[in-house]
Design a protein around this ligand. Structure first.
Ligand code: TNX
Length: 513
């Protein structure tokens, strides 16, 4: 009788144990993977687990260390990083570089979860990193805690094969209207990387402030770095700090794209150096929120050598292949001056070995091959860019601007492009937004956040989350494979994760958190 009872109890435990893990195909992964096939049984991470790197490769080592850094605090497991010959653990995680799967491309991965091992394989380190980010989401939300948690750390068996729809999946932070510290910027990068964003566009200059040290022209920061919207202490990044941001991002498969906004949005420069003004008089620093009132003096040769110096110093510390030259809202630059100016900027950037990106107005210039147009406001500019052979980055303000208020009750943010609720920011299709711009004309998507009305990282989090997660899926997952009704259920499950991470997300009523 006793034995029977014991058996019954044991059976009950084992069935409830099996039931406690969802099937792999039911896991609420964001962005939605290309394919997920459930297997039998489950994998359990333990204090015997190791992270095994069969090939020695410095980038893969960094990814191994990243994975350990993310799994260690909550589990309390050591998770030693070992080579194939030294492995001595049980339930190991293998990160394998293999050139065998062309469908997976540069960023795809295969994640195979068996009862006794996990293997992530990919053609490139970027793919392994993306696989690691998926793996994090398979553990319970507690995995994101920074202190030790009690949990079984069990995940369901199966195979995920995954790769992105678009190679450019970006987010932009305006550090010019309000300055954000290096640690704030890193925090935002880390959160966006969870959802496989791979481009960080940093808006480094505007009327209200200049944010990057230029050794040859020190007044840019000494004067231009001192202001921001509403006054107060602003700041700038030394080149050392900028490099630190770039390498922090690189470990997370994120390329940094610097933007110096030209020839408008330049009051901070015009205040720092009198010679950039046609009348040789320095402007006053500006702390308001108007746009479109400033311009560099395009008729002076010295303006061009000045800009070349600036772009050269920033390019030298930017390993990525793009330079963003702004080009938006130059309302006080005459068109006959604007066009040759943007043409010359493209020449300078090409000489520095980078591709130009500019806001959609740059389509008015003679676009060089491999210049990119970032659509934000005027569809006809974007179409013109495509007609001139450029690819487009889709940042339609009405769907992708994270500084737009959710609704009339949002206490900061703007609404010039309308209110942007969580559904609207997800439920759009890049290739059917502008007639004349098709899939093959699109490089990818980007979610900018402008900071005229946002001055703290907690408020950035509130505006960005959860909308940035949806834009990440818009960039990763082809539109034929995603629907709002399915997405909103998966997003609801991210709430616990965001809570554990301490993210101040907007608890939208559209989501059953
Ligand atoms: C338009 S978007 C701007 C920015 C503002 C933003 C506010 C773009 C290229 N220019 O200067 O900060 O609206 O949403």
């Amino acid at each position: 009788m006793r034995i029977l009872l014991l058996l019954l109890i044991l059976m009950n435990i084992s069935t409830s144990y099996a039931n406690s893990v969802d099937k792999l195909a039911e896991m609420p992964i964001i962005p939605k993977p290309f394919s997920v096939v459930s297997g039998n049984g489950s994998f359990k991470l333990s204090d015997k687990s190791e992270i095994c790197l069969p090939t020695s490769n410095i980038e893969v080592s960094k990814i191994g260390a990243f994975l350990r850094e993310k799994l260690r605090p909550a589990t309390g497991f050591m998770l030693p990083i070992v080579g194939l010959a030294d492995q001595n653990g049980k339930s190991n995680i293998y990160l394998v570089l293999s050139q065998t799967n062309s469908v997976l491309g540069d960023e795809g991965y295969q994640l195979t979860i068996g009862p006794s091992r996990i293997e992530i394989s990919a053609n490139k380190p970027a793919g392994l990193f993306n696989g690691v980010q998926t793996l994090r989401q398979l553990f319970s939300a507690k995995i994101e805690a920074s202190t030790h948690q009690v949990d079984s750390w069990v995940i369901p068996a199966g195979v995920i094969r995954d790769f992105p729809e678009y190679s450019y999946r970006g987010f932009m932070l305006d550090v010019a209207r309000h300055f954000f510290s290096v640690s704030d910027v890193k925090h935002y990068i880390d959160l966006a990387s969870m959802y496989k964003m791979n481009i960080f566009h940093i808006h480094l200059s505007d009327d209200q402030g200049w944010r990057i040290e230029i050794k040859k022209w020190p007044e840019l920061t000494a004067t231009g770095g001192k202001s921001q919207v509403g006054g107060g202490t602003a700041g700038f990044y030394t080149q050392e700090q900028y490099r630190d941001i770039v390498s922090y991002a690189a470990i997370r498969n994120i390329t940094v794209i610097p933007e110096i906004d030209l020839p408008g949005h330049t009051n901070a420069m015009l205040a720092s150096y009198a010679q950039l003004n046609c009348d040789n008089k320095a402007k006053k620093l500006y702390t308001g929120t108007e746009v479109g009132f400033s311009t560099l003096c395009t008729s002076k040769e010295s303006t061009y050598s000045f800009i070349e110096d600036v772009l050269k110093e920033i390019s030298a510390i930017t390993p990525g292949g793009y330079f963003h030259i702004g080009g938006d809202e130059s309302h006080v630059t005459k068109l006959e001056d604007y066009i040759p100016f943007v043409n010359r900027m493209q020449g300078i950037v090409a000489k520095l070995g980078k591709h130009v990106i500019g806001w959609d107005e740059i389509a008015l210039s003679d676009l060089k091959p491999n210049s990119f147009v970032q659509y934000w406001g005027k569809a006809e500019n974007a179409v013109l860019g495509v007609q001139k052979g450029a690819k487009v980055i889709m940042s339609p303000a009405m769907y992708a601007y994270l500084d737009m208020k959710y609704d009339s009750l949002t206490t900061f943010g703007l609404n010039w492009a309308g209110y942007l609720d969580v559904q609207k920011s997800y439920d759009w299709i890049p290739e059917s937004i502008v007639p004349g711009i098709k899939r093959e004309n699109i490089l990818g998507v980007e979610a900018p956040i402008w900071t005229e009305s946002i001055s703290t990282m907690k408020n950035i989090e509130y505006m960005a989350f959860p909308r940035i997660i949806g834009i990440a899926e818009v960039g990763w997952c082809s539109s034929s494979r995603r629907t709002w009704s399915d997405y909103k259920l998966r997003l609801a499950k991210q709430g616990d994760r965001l809570k554990v991470l301490g993210v101040n997300y907007y608890p939208s009523k559209q989501i059953a958190w």
